[in-house]
Design a protein around this ligand. Structure first.
Ligand SMILES: Cc1ncc(COP(=O)(O)O)c(C=O)c1O
Length: 476
């Protein structure tokens, strides 16, 4: 058997070209065969189809059709976030340009654990992460700082704002808690009842004390209850970490950040803001004012595979005080030997807890530069406008109840007078039939249907059709 061609090197592009044709053909054929947002028939039907397409996964003799067959099967069995009726989760349709850039990251395969595996990618990452940190904390744009990669012991880290690339919001939240723990050993997390589950889970992972949960009766963290908790909790100043949310998972609500930041300042408490969802509003001149106060946070979770149209993974943790990152400094002689660092080779190991690390920054860099602030802001504005339009359709329909006007691009609604069981059943029926992917959320003691609109190409007709689908599939 011929040795299979490689993706990089002088012959890589020529080897990839025909394979890409195969992949693109299989994506088109599989998507066409599916015909909707989700494969019809439920888990067993999808599983059977995948088993049939795959056959023996490790045959003695290889199969030249595997690329086409498996990509087609995956596409046919996919939940397609580009379909306007696939709107359950913070699961965005990736931009074509970002996906194309991601192919280059796969082909070149830089690994960001040492400079000699990622000479250009490491510089790109340093520049882009600082640009994103400057979006929150202000300060010099990355291009004005030299050198961007700050080799250990040779150059001071940036004075204000830095960011680490993560696999998503969960890893960013974990790192935020880790940095807080390294600043104040034994730090205790205080979070709203509306916080993402990854925060208390990170506290568990890091062996921190049981978190304090502050009520969020209206879906956002209640500042009066937070003040009370910060006043009454025992321990020295600085022994608590408050985590607020900008863009809750269930309803897309934003905690009152200026008030929370003021309380944290008054109580000497560190502040983390999980802006995995809402962080995308930074790109929109119209909506970024909703994030006022974010600049006071010691750490902020961003997640551009939500409101940033990136293929997974594209998370970030920004840090206000770059010296906090010293806690992650780590040495492994084969990657960042002291004498190499002294001689000027950038030390990358302290930029993550991972070792081998893909160049997820490339697709982000390409997207930011291709669309610019206005282009990205326009996408944000579009999906927020879709949410308002959908909310209007719900509000003016006598058969539906709207939870609240949307804050970002999430709308909660339910059939008027329906039981929770009926709400759950209509969602499952639409999933089973492959007609629509809706989310669900318990709020105010009732179960609601959730649409999270992240597709900028969605049209008003699609939204009206989605509501009709729910209406037409209610249990009798
Ligand atoms: C508010 C919030 N934070 C964090 C996360 C976790 O992000 P990821 O799934 O990228 O780890 C989510 C996921 O939906 C989220 O909604």
């Amino acid at each position: 058997m011929r040795t299979p061609p490689l993706a990089s090197g002088a012959e890589g592009p020529d080897a990839l070209r025909p394979l890409l044709d195969t992949v693109l053909g299989a994506l088109a054929d599989g998507g066409h065969a599916r015909g909707g947002p989700l494969p019809a028939g439920g888990p067993e039907t999808v599983a059977q189809r995948i088993r049939a397409a795959a056959g023996d996964f490790l045959p003695d003799k290889g199969d030249d059709n595997a690329l086409y067959d498996l990509v087609r099967a995956l596409a046919e069995g996919a939940a397609d976030p580009a379909h306007p009726h696939c709107a359950a989760h913070l699961h965005c349709p990736p931009l074509a340009v970002a996906t194309a850039a991601d192919l280059a990251a796969s082909a070149l395969n830089p690994s960001l654990d040492s400079w000699d595996q990622a000479p250009a990618a490491s510089e790109l990452e340093a520049l882009v992460t600082r640009t994103l940190a400057a979006e929150i904390y202000g300060g010099a744009r990355a291009s004005e700082q030299t050198p961007a990669v700050a080799p250990r012991r040779r150059t001071e880290p940036p004075k204000q704002g830095d960011a680490l690339v993560t696999t998503g919001g969960t890893e960013a939240n974990q790192l935020a808690l880790l940095l807080a723990r390294e600043t104040h050993p034994g730090v205790r997390l205080v979070h709203g009842a509306n916080a993402h589950h990854s925060l208390p889970r990170a506290a568990w992972l890091l062996g921190l004390p049981e978190p304090v949960v502050v009520p969020a009766p209206a879906g956002t963290l209640d500042p009066a209850a937070l003040d009370e908790a910060l006043t009454e909790l025992p321990g020295p100043r600085g022994s608590l970490l408050v985590a607020a949310t900008a863009g809750t998972t269930d309803a897309g609500l934003i905690d009152p950040l200026p008030q929370i930041a003021a309380l944290c300042a008054a109580h000497g408490t560190r502040l983390h803001v999980d802006a995995a969802y809402g962080g995308g509003l930074l790109f929109s001149a119209r909506h970024r004012t909703q994030l006022a106060g974010l600049e006071h946070a010691d750490t902020v979770t961003l997640d551009l595979h939500k409101l940033g149209w990136q293929p997974v993974a594209a998370g970030l943790l920004t840090v206000k005080n770059p010296s906090d990152l010293a806690a992650l400094a780590h040495q492994a002689d084969y990657l960042n030997a002291d004498d190499d660092t002294e001689a000027g080779l950038p030390d990358l190991l302290g930029r993550s807890l991972r070792t081998t690390r893909r160049a997820d920054i490339l697709k982000i860099a390409v997207t930011l530069k291709t669309l610019g602030r206005h282009g990205l802001g326009a996408l944000v504005d579009q999906v927020c406008a879709h949410a308002h339009e959908f909310a209007r359709l719900v509000r003016t329909h006598p058969g539906f109840e709207l939870h609240d006007p949307p804050t970002i691009s999430t709308v909660l609604f339910r059939p008027a007078g329906a039981s929770d069981d009926a709400v759950a059943a209509v969602r499952r029926k639409l999933l089973h039939d492959g007609r629509a992917v809706l989310g669900r959320a318990h709020l105010d003691g009732r179960l609601w249907l959730k649409v999270t609109l992240l597709n900028p190409h969605t049209r008003p007709d699609d939204l009206a059709a989605l509501l009709k689908l729910v209406e037409g599939n209610l249990p009798s």
